[in-house]
Design a protein around this ligand. Structure first.
Ligand code: BDR
Ligand code: CA
Length: 313
């Protein structure tokens, strides 16, 4: 069983990631840190709270994270991909029962679960970087592992020619996390763009699904698939960037990794570009500075697992 503190910006694929974590028998979701990204922080907090309410899990705390990056404008809001409020055609109700905490709760949660906590960040890196600054690197080193969804290695970006959205959103924050963090695994676009959920998969899930998310999943994923149709010609379905990152956490055996030190470009021209030394003979780096970059994976194992988990009760 993995205890998971999830940093997230729901957003459709984040929302599906949260649902995946809630339904997964090997994931104990101990908290969700919500930040700006696909939507603003307030909306991300409302969306996460709504999913927890649907799940009947008001015990899971939602912690309000960053409202903007360390540098540059808040590059956020992709309403054409995630919908105006981040959940496609769905709006969370006004009268939500919430269990919302201030940012300091991150520190308490990490301290409480020392040595037994996995952090998964599927949003911009600002809140996680702020945890390193405010809670101290030593406490963050007590975390078992950190999984980041982001980056694109010798592979086209999705917000600029060279950058992926999460690492582009706040490159200073991502670079800080990579520099200070230990046991980091990166699940980049190279993998996540291929982790698609198709209309056929969705139809099959709808037949068997009788959990609290039944009425929500089909409309939001359909919205997301439609949005992606124009974005990546020839793509069959829509990429579940954030769910495949959680899948990797519990199923690391289905991925192929390359260990490299990763830096993130903070310059304006290629903001958010991930840099790793893929030469045949890379420069020597101390082992503790290396990240594990997932570069390939078993798509069929992911697709089967996704359908299984989403149809659990
Ligand atoms: C990442 O950016 C966000 O828009 C998605 O939710 C995902 O986390 C993909 O680049
Ligand atoms: Ca996300």
């Amino acid at each position: 069983m993995k205890k998971v503190l999830l940093f997230s910006d729901p957003g459709i694929d984040d929302a599906i990631g949260i649902i995946y974590a809630l339904l997964h028998p090997q994931i104990d979701l101990v908290g969700i840190v919500t930040g700006y990204g696909n939507v603003d922080e307030k909306q991300a907090t409302a969306n996460a709270s709504y999913l927890l309410q649907l799940a009947g899990r008001p015990d899971i705390p939602v912690i309000r994270g960053a409202t903007g990056p360390f540098s540059g404008e808040v590059v956020t809001y992709y309403p054409e991909i995630h919908g105006e409020d981040g959940l496609g055609p769905i709006r969370p109700p006004e009268n939500l029962v919430t269990n919302v905490h201030r940012f300091g709760a991150v520190h308490e949660l990490i301290s409480k679960n020392k040595g037994d906590l996995s952090i998964v960040d599927t949003g911009r890196s600002t809140s996680l970087a702020a945890s390193f600054i405010l809670s101290g690197t030593e406490l963050l080193h007590s975390v078992k592992e950190i999984y980041l969804m982001g980056g694109a290695f010798n592979y086209p970006g999705n917000v600029t020619a060279v950058a992926e959205a999460n690492f582009h959103g706040d490159p200073i924050a991502t670079d800080l996390v990579l520099e200070k963090g230990r046991n980091i695994t990166i699940i980049p676009l190279n993998v996540t763009n291929r982790a698609t959920v198709t209309t056929q998969m969705l139809d099959t899930i709808a037949v068997y699904q009788s959990n609290p998310f039944s009425s929500l999943m089909k409309p939001i994923i359909e919205f997301y698939i439609d949005a992606y149709k124009n974005l990546i010609p020839g793509l069959n379905g829509a990429p579940m960037h954030d769910s495949v990152t959680l899948f990797a956490l519990v199923n690391p055996q289905y991925f192929h990794y390359i260990p490299r030190r990763v830096r993130v470009d903070t310059s304006e021209l290629s903001r958010g570009r991930t840099i790793a030394d893929f030469r045949a003979k890379p420069d020597d780096e101390p082992p503790e500075t290396l990240e594990r970059i997932a570069i390939d994976f078993n798509y069929q194992a992911f697709a089967n697992d996704f359908m299984n988990i989403m149809t659990r009760r």
